[in-house]
Design a protein around this ligand. Structure first.
Ligand code: UDP
Ligand code: MG
Length: 322
């Protein structure tokens, strides 16, 4: 048996969240393997199976049997990409840096070479899309609005636009990231929150190799809500100010009505304005309560202190040397 010294921890870890990626994983692994071998670094890949319903688990197990630098983490059910990624990062053992990449080949593994080349004097090298020309106009518009809103709402932290999770982060940045254990994990925001110097590498995002994206507009909307509510309480303030403004306006209007009634008497009219005011205020109140509810729901989830994920199985062939 080899001793601990002869097989030290890998320098790089590649973390890959996988949900129904059975069709893509073999091709993905081959391309990743070729790229990582060229770097001349010691490396491992951590495949995290996020409760897939296809043959993802079998494909990863088959890959893992051939090499001892493949770690396989099987979650007990589908937890969603953000949590799945966190599980992978928790199990990444790379001493120098960790690379995060999607399994569907939309993030070309070849770009990792550029990420590693740019990894000098910075803690994060993130892959930024050169253009969004392959996206539909609706996706482009919603992404544009989302980034603008995020930039406007969260001061101090800056989330780079057109950037996903595809990136390289140093070990100390990873440790900082992993110290944030919140349940509502808006990764883009968390990456930005930890700070440290960073650099962008431009790349072209490919189409999915096989399978289907699990993100639709409803999910994207919820994702945006998650982003906003996890990083800023500005919506709560907006609710306060809308309340303040409407009550000030109501006060002036009330004074005006009072004076008018005193001078000209009261002819019972104004049903339309009454209805408008009631409906308007009712709407605003419900909206404000909804906003409070969004935050309260998140507080509720955080206070439960549940673990972020449950591991069904963790296989790491190189572990036996640890
Ligand atoms: N993914 C995951 N759990 C999920 C959904 C997605 O681990 O519940 C993984 C998926 O396998 C892929 C990455 O997250 O590697 C990005 O997912 P997808 O391609 O569906 O998103 P898109 O690229 O369309 O934003
Ligand atoms: Mg994808």
């Amino acid at each position: 048996m080899t001793s601990k010294e002869s097989l030290p921890l890998p320098e790089y870890s590649v973390v890959v969240p996988c949900y129904n990626e059975g069709e893509n994983l073999r091709v993905f692994h081959e391309r990743l393997f070729n790229v990582m071998q060229m770097t001349g670094k010691t490396w491992e890949v951590v495949y995290v199976n996020d409760g897939s319903t296809d043959d993802t688990a079998e494909v990863i197990t088959a890959l893992g049997e051939k090499a001892d630098n493949i770690a396989y983490l099987n979650l007990s059910r589908n937890f969603g990409k953000e949590i799945c990624l966190t599980a992978g990062l928790d199990h990444a053992r790379g001493t120098d840096a960790v690379i995060i990449i999607d399994a569907d080949l939309q993030d070309p593994p070849e770009v990792i070479t550029d990420l590693i080349a740019a990894y000098k004097d910075v803690d994060t090298v993130y892959a930024q899309r050169r253009s969004r020309k392959t996206d539909s106009w609706l996706k482009r518009l919603t992404a544009f609005v989302f980034y603008r809103v995020m930039v406007g709402l969260s001061n101090r932290i800056t989330i780079p636009p057109d950037t996903g999770d595809f990136r390289l982060i140093s070990r100390r940045a990873l440790d900082a990231l992993l110290s944030l254990r919140e349940r509502h994990r808006f990764m883009k925001g968390l990456f930005a929150w930890i700070g440290f110097p960073s650099r962008a590498v431009l790349y072209d995002r490919d189409a999915r190799y096989g399978g289907y994206s699990s993100f639709n507009y409803w999910k994207l909307w919820n994702f945006a809500l998650e982003g906003i509510t996890s990083f800023t309480t500005v919506p709560l303030k907006i609710a306060t100010y809308i309340g303040l403004i409407t009550s000030t306006v109501a006060l002036f209007y009330g004074t005006f009505l009072l004076i008018r009634t005193l001078i000209f008497g009261n002819s019972v009219s104004g049903y339309p304005s009454l209805m408008t005011a009631i409906l308007f205020l009712g709407g605003i109140q419900l909206m404000a309560m909804g906003i409070i509810g969004e935050y309260l729901g998140r507080v509720f989830n955080e206070t439960k202190q549940r673990p972020l994920y449950i591991v069904e199985r963790y296989v790491n062939n190189s572990k036996k040397w640890d």
